[in-house]
Write a protein that binds this ligand. Sequence first.
Ligand code: TRP
Length: 451
Amino acid sequence: MATRGQWGSRLGFILAAAGSAVGLGNIWKFPYITGANGGGWFVLIYLLCILAVGLPIMIAEVMLGRMTQKSPVGAFRDLSGKGSLWVGIGWMGVVAAFIILSYYSVVAGWAMNYIRLAATGVFADTPADQVPGLFGAMYADPGTNLLWHGLFMGLTVFIVLGGVQKGVERWSRILMPMLFVMMLGLLVQAASMDGFGKALDFVFGLHADKLKPAGVLEALGHSFFTLSLGMGAMLTYGSYLSKKDDIVTASAAITLLDTAIALMACMVLFPITFTFGMEPSAGPGLVFMNIPVALAQVPGGLFLSVVFFALLTFAALTSAISLLEVAAAYFIDEKGWSRGKAVGVTGGAILVLGIPSALSGGTELFGKSFEGVFGKNWFDLFDYIASNWLLPLGGLGIALFAAWRVGDAARRVEFGEQTAWGRLYLGWLLVLRFVVPVAVVAVFLHLIGLY
Ligand code: TRP
């Protein structure tokens, strides 16, 4: 068997894993769900979820990967025995990778297309009140969606073909620092806008709240998505980590970077929203509608909007590679396929699987409506299944498995008992054993409408 990939260094792992975590979830989704849930309280609850549920699960996931040096299916099989029900958690992860990347790539394609629209001056030449309409027009245009979905998948395949060190790690090392610098630049701009104070207050101020119970659950669900948890992405990345490296430090760094970028995204977006008198609760179109309109009206804004959508594309790209890596790693580890074959086949399958999502915005195609299933279109349906069911269920499985099934001696060593983190070990274990199950079951009971 060919030797398995490994990260070149711990920093390489942190950047790649942060690359997976930081994505559309941070820059596109987090601001709009924060807007829709009224700000302050929602953000606070989200931070609590990240710390109390997300970080402990991340440690568990990376640990399971490193212990077994396998991707999800093999990892659960090695630790629990062939035919065990636990292996189902690994399977679910592989399935989730296909589902998530198929629609994720469509949104990432929009971001790429928006780089082009910004760079070619389309936003500048369109009257401000018609710019938001460009989003709806794009959303409804099958050809545009398919084209950019295909291009984005092509880029993703190209990077993952390069392998762990020469593909995933190398590109994360390039794209992540660029992303960070671009975000800082935009933040400086946003800080000089009139709406900055109002935005600060909206995001961090705790006012009599507009937060509903559903918002609490949304915060919890999003903490899985934004940290790439629950489907074996962090597990797979952990499997390429050397035994020398300290899992808790790395996981804390990844979580911190992810959270910082999500909050920065809000502090870029909401000053713009308030300065131009827009609504923070605009929904999924928030980024695509508000940014171009607003930036067309500030000096140098055209350049800034190119920067913004490039940033969004980079963030999406490093996340997409982690999703494709999970799908491909299954065939490499379990079926002995070459990387080229595994990446080509899984990438091609995801390209095809994404077609219905790419066509979801068109109300009709060949005279057929896509809104048939469960009253949602494909796109929403896939997102709903993955974010609300597969990821929390997978996260629960990972937490229970790591906390109840894995032998304590090995687990202590992996956690780094000898390091300064050692004293947190018991707390971590208790959270995985009790807090995570209660939290996730609460989400499910709500989803099936019990309260
Ligand atoms: N975390 C990414 C984001 O915030 C999305 C993502 C990448 C993901 N890999 C994942 C989500 C694995 C769940 C599982 O955009």
